[in-house]
Design a protein around this ligand. Structure first.
Ligand code: UD1
Length: 419
């Protein structure tokens, strides 16, 4: 098992090009199933989750190959519509292959994604919506067997009780080749939804309203392949900005999606860092000591503060001047990184969905275990800003979402090794 060894206390300085978005790449890779031809995806990040998605595509008969950050996916022939339990378990978000496979073949067998590190992840909204689109769904021994009697889903009016990202994506994926019009009310508005729709439109789909709460899709009989550049990762941007804010120094992020990162930036600015944005660049310079964030940091669906940036900002605020309060409104178990930060000297009290972070003068190095993707990244940030050495184990979580994080940190002048 690999681990990261980090020597903290060095300020960070430099320019970093941002990787493509993981949360865009995964649904877009699933969407290539609908295109019945070859698609080329640029800026596809080299991540274990992306490779897991490629294994799913290859297993159902697609031909998926990578050259650096370009993925070429040929989905002309589909040989089967069943995805093994093992492949489904490799990646929590494998459930988005359900909508794509139904849109392509009118049937699929997938598994219930198990409980995960953020707590149980129910898929009731996905199933209810697909049911409304004419999909017969049976569960048997953890397998979900889906079939559309006519072979083609029918358009439907769907109102989501909560703007779930995954459910919105599954509905879009099933609807673009459905018979008739689908309307999604209370749809998720995350930028990655717009990126998925951008790809699908380039493949010939007719979608309006993505980025808003009401999305309207007119089903097409068939889509075609295309060439597409995946948007940059706003959560990776939030991570490196929090890192430099915590460790002190300055950074220029290039290839950034500035408006999409704004809900995070507007909170980070309150810590006293100087932040400037232009076209696709974000510049940050941190002052002597971060200030606590005065207003409660509430995670909310986009355009609210992103839940995926909660842990990394918490790591930075652990050594800020004053008390910051987080309120996690999206997932039940998203403070699992707090114990590791406490081991590094942080003063954090978790009370249900609220976490009270009293800034300490300094953190100290410790041996900790990554609990989940963003929680693991938070531990790297704390370790880099701390005094002394830290060891982080179970870094497979971090590799799910960050391309070679240790290279990026070393590029900025930090000391971080993978052993
Ligand atoms: C996606 C992102 C993840 C991000 C999250 C929220 C990907 C691959 N993952 O996850 O990084 O943290 O959005 O921005 O894009 N829920 C139900 N029933 C359902 C579906 C969801 O109760 O049928 C609940 C979930 O348990 C959770 C909340 O809704 O509490 C939000 O989930 P959702 O927006 O679906 O997140 P994901 O798509 O899983």
């Amino acid at each position: 098992m690999q681990k990261f060894i980090i020597e903290g206390g060095k300020s960070l300085r430099g320019e970093l090009p941002l990787q493509g978005s993981k949360n865009s790449s995964l649904p877009i890779m699933a969407a290539t199933l609908l295109s019945c031809g070859e698609s080329t995806l640029h800026s596809c990040p080299q991540l274990t989750d992306v490779y897991a998605a490629a294994r799913i595509l290859n297993c159902v008969g697609c031909k998926c190959s990578f050259s650096g950050n370009t993925a070429v996916i040929d989905s002309a022939v589909i040989e089967k519509t069943e995805i093994s339990e093992q492949l489904m378990r490799e990646m929590r978000s494998s459930i988005i292959f359900m909508g794509a496979m139904l849109g392509r073949a009118g049937e699929c067998v997938v598994s219930v994604p198990g409980g995960c590190e953020l707590g149980p992840r129910p898929i009731d909204m996905h199933l209810a919506a697909l049911g409304k689109m004419g999909v017969d769904i049976h569960e048997s021994g953890g397998r979900i067997i889906c079939r559309i009697a006519s072979g083609r889903a029918k358009g439907a009016k769907i109102s989501l009780a909560f703007p779930s990202v995954g459910a919105t994506e599954n509905i879009i994926l099933c609807a673009v080749t459905a018979d008739g019009e689908t309307v999604i009310n209370n749809a998720a508005r995350e930028p990655e939804i717009c990126d998925l729709c951008g790809f699908l439109r380039k493949c010939g789909a007719e979608i309006k309203g993505d980025g808003e709460s009401r999305i309207v899709i007119k089903g097409k009989k068939q889509l075609h392949g295309c060439e597409y550049k995946i948007m940059s990762d706003r959560i990776v941007a939030a991570t490196y900005l929090s890192m430099v804010a915590a460790a002190k120094g300055e950074i220029i992020l290039t290839n950034a999606c500035v408006p999409e990162t704004e809900p995070f930036l507007s909170v980070l600015e309150q810590t006293g860092c100087s932040i400037y944005m232009s076209d696709n660049r974000i510049y940050l310079r941190s002052g002597s000591r971060l200030k606590a964030v005065r207003e409660r940091i509430r995670t909310m669906p986009h355009p609210g503060f992103p839940t995926d940036a909660q842990a990394v900002l918490m790591a930075a605020l652990a050594a800020a001047d004053g008390t910051s309060i987080f309120e996690e409104n999206i997932f039940d178990c998203r403070y699992r990184h707090a114990d590791a930060l406490i081991k590094m000297g942080a003063d954090i009290q978790v009370l249900g969905k609220v976490a009270v972070v009293k800034g300490r003068e300094k953190l100290h190095g410790a041996n900790v275990q990554a609990t989940d993707l963003r929680g693991g990244a938070a531990m790297v940030i704390a370790a880099l800003s701390a005094e002394g050495a830290s060891e982080i184990t179970r870094i497979c979580h971090i590799d799910r979402g960050y391309e070679k994080m240790e290279y990026a940190v070393r590029l900025l002048g930090g000391e971080m090794r993978r052993v």
